[in-house]
Design a protein around this ligand. Structure first.
Ligand code: RP5
Length: 175
């Protein structure tokens, strides 16, 4: 695959990383070229704008922007590009991510941000959504995503088997 980053994942602070590591591991596994940046809508607004303005010309296909608290990063990115932008609300403040969710999802009409759930599951889903977008033109990625779903289903079947064994016999079974 090409070395040009297809996906850029931005986070507002390196303190957001623990919530994004599972998604980043998945991104690595996918084999898609990506770049990870720490840029802040409030602390480094010029750099956010510069990156967003140049992304399409640089061959980037999807941007993921993760931020907590007054999370304006995804919106600030979307303001300067028409590429797909996926926002991940990070639970980094005393409001546990509800603040970031509302700040990320409530974009004014005309400037879309596809917002996923708060925290780690959101980080994973943001990566899966970005890969889904790329899979429109990649049979390899479509296969990768189908395999991922199969593995998730297998994990549920294993848990189901374990649970049925544990409670086999119902009311008459072992405590
Ligand atoms: C947000 O403020 C960041 O995305 C982070 O979630 C939060 C706190 O940042 P730090 O003070 O830890 O750098 O912009």
């Amino acid at each position: 695959m090409s070395d040009t980053p297809q996906i850029i994942l931005l986070m507002g602070s390196d303190s957001d990383l623990p919530h994004l590591e599972a998604g980043l591991a998945l991104l690595r596994e996918s084999g898609v070229a990506f770049e990870v940046r720490v840029l802040s809508a409030h602390r480094t607004p010029e750099e956010v704008r510069e990156l967003s303005l140049g992304a399409r010309g640089a061959g980037v296909k999807v941007l993921i922007a993760a931020a907590g608290a007054a999370a304006h990063l995804a919106g600030a990115v979307a303001a300067s590009t028409t590429l797909p932008v996926i926002g991940v609300p990070i639970p980094s403040s005393t409001l546990a991510g509800l603040d970031a969710l509302l700040a990320t999802v409530q974009m004014p009409g005309g400037v879309p941000v596809a917002t996923v759930g708060i925290g780690k599951a959101g980080g994973v889903n943001a990566v899966l959504l970005a890969l889904s977008i790329l899979s429109v033109e990649s049979a390899d990625l479509a296969r990768f995503l189908a395999d991922y779903r199969k593995k998730k289903a297998m994990a549920v079947f294993e848990k189901d088997t374990a649970m049925r064994r544990r409670y086999a016999g119902g009311a008459d079974g072992p405590a």
